[in-house]
Write a protein that binds this ligand. Structure first.
Ligand code: PLP
Length: 432
């Protein structure tokens, strides 16, 4: 640089230039570093990430620890009355019954162990239909119920029963006036789920129970998605029968319960299986002792940890939802105020479920619609019931978080889904 050129650039200006360049470089390196550290985190993440906890939950280690002895040295049949193996198994079952009862503020005698919520739903609906046949044969339910309820109702219709299917509004909620208007002298049961498995929407359970009481009708609720996530009190809620399941609350698969009220009123049901008259004659069959022990332990853990845990889960769910909503043309399905803390069902307009799944389902496990219906490519009947057209319903994804979901996993999901959605939209617009 010759002297005249040098003189053109004053010293303070030169110094500022160096400063800006240095700052720019530092910023560049800082961003690089942050990205690398972020990638390192993602590298350390164990993929795939599980966000399908409404389908089933991972079993808690503490539950497994409680179960193991009942597969091995304590293998007795809980119905064997003549020796210590049987007594030991029976004692464990009764302890689990107390644990399950405590979680829902019931009496232990009101808990009937079953193979899961599907069986509990069948037993409640068919059991009441048969037991109260002389009083009437009309049941009121809703179009968004789980298939275990809807198919039991269809079976009852074939047997001559009459079923009223209530519609829901765009939030997924039933209309209480409509419910009351549908009641007639032959109505024996109202069967409305506590919260929906696809959209997580919570029905006005207490208000439904008041209507049921006013008309002297029994109230059954499928609370499979609720028990263990938020407090449930069968007395405060006015519930007469209630289904729930161990594998939705960090317990084992293949075990669940039906709550059957014993006082005010004393509810009776007709058993649907004939045999050894186990479970006070309501459900025959040798008890799944390890499963029941695990179910009891899972209930105890939820009772102790649910409140704090739900706050944390809700925080992560809200973060996931808020960040994905920033992608625009993303819609939350169902009510956002009357909803489970772990569930978010979103529609990603201008995409399609197949491309979404192809885009990330190796690394992120979610469900497109109900777990039970995702084998077919039919749009979800729940999403259609809340007013989504077929195209939008087919772009929906259900996220279900759990006590094991971490912030790093949510950050990864936000980033990965964001990239996938943008890519699909870009490709779709190029194709046009
Ligand atoms: N009811 C609801 C609301 C559910 O979400 C499920 C499971 O997806 C069931 C019933 C069936 O439960 P299980 O798998 O214990 O039979």
């Amino acid at each position: 640089m010759n002297k005249s050129n040098f003189e053109c650039v004053s010293f303070p200006l030169l110094w500022r230039g160096v400063g800006v360049r240095l700052k720019y470089n530092l910023n560049f390196y800082a961003i690089e570093l942050i990205l690398q550290v972020k990638n390192l985190f993602y590298f350390m993440l164990q993929l795939p990430i599980y966000l399908d906890n409404n389908a089933t939950t991972k079993m808690d280690n503490r539950v497994l620890d409680a179960m193991i002895p009942y597969f091995m040295e304590r293998y007795g049949n809980a119905a064997s009355r003549t020796h210590s193996f049987g007594w030991q198994a029976e004692e464990a079952v009764e302890y689990a019954r107390e644990q399950a009862a405590q979680l829902i503020s019931a009496e232990p005698k009101e808990i009937i162990f079953t193979s899961g919520a599907t069986e509990s739903d069948n037993l409640a609906l068919k059991g009441v239909f048969e037991m109260y046949a002389t009083k009437g044969s009309h049941i009121i339910t809703a179009v968004t119920e789980h298939k275990a309820v809807l198919d039991s109702c269809a079976h009852i219709e074939k047997l001559g029963g009459e079923i009223t299917y209530l519609k829901v509004n765009k939030d997924g909620l039933i209309d209480l006036n409509e419910l009351e208007n549908e009641i007639k002298p032959e109505t024996i049961l109202i069967a409305i789920m506590y919260a929906n498995n696809e959209i997580g929407v919570i029905q006005p359970i207490h208000e439904i129970s008041i209507i049921a009481k006013k008309h002297g009708i029994l109230f059954f609720t499928d609370a499979t998605q609720v028990v263990g996530k938020i407090p449930v009190d069968v007395n405060k809620d006015g519930i007469d029968l209630m289904a729930f399941s161990a594998h939705k609350l960090y317990g084992p698969k293949g075990v669940g319960a039906l709550y059957v009220r014993r006082k005010n009123p004393r509810v009776k049901i007709t058993a649907q299986m004939d045999g050894g008259r186990h479970e006070k004659g309501m459900r025959s069959g040798t008890l799944n002792v390890p499963g029941i022990v695990g179910f009891g332990k899972a209930c105890e853990l939820c009772k102790n940890e649910m409140n704090k845990e739900s706050e944390q889960i809700k925080k992560l769910r809200d973060k996931l939802e808020l960040e994905l909503l920033k992608l625009e043309n993303v819609f939350v399905n169902g009510s956002i105020t009357h909803r489970l803390p772990n569930t978010s069902n979103l529609s990603f307009k201008y995409t399609d479920s197949e491309s979404l799944m192809l885009g990330f389902n190796k690394d992120i496990a979610v469900s497109s619609g109900s777990a039970c219906t995702s084998a077919t490519l039919e749009p979800s009947y729940v999403l259609k019931a809340i007013g989504l057209d077929d195209d939008l319903a087919k772009t929906s994804i259900r996220f279900g978080l759990s006590r094991f979901t971490t912030e790093e996993e949510i950050n990864y999901a936000i980033q990965r889904i964001g990239v996938t959605v943008s890519k699909i939209r870009e490709m779709n617009s190029v194709g046009k």
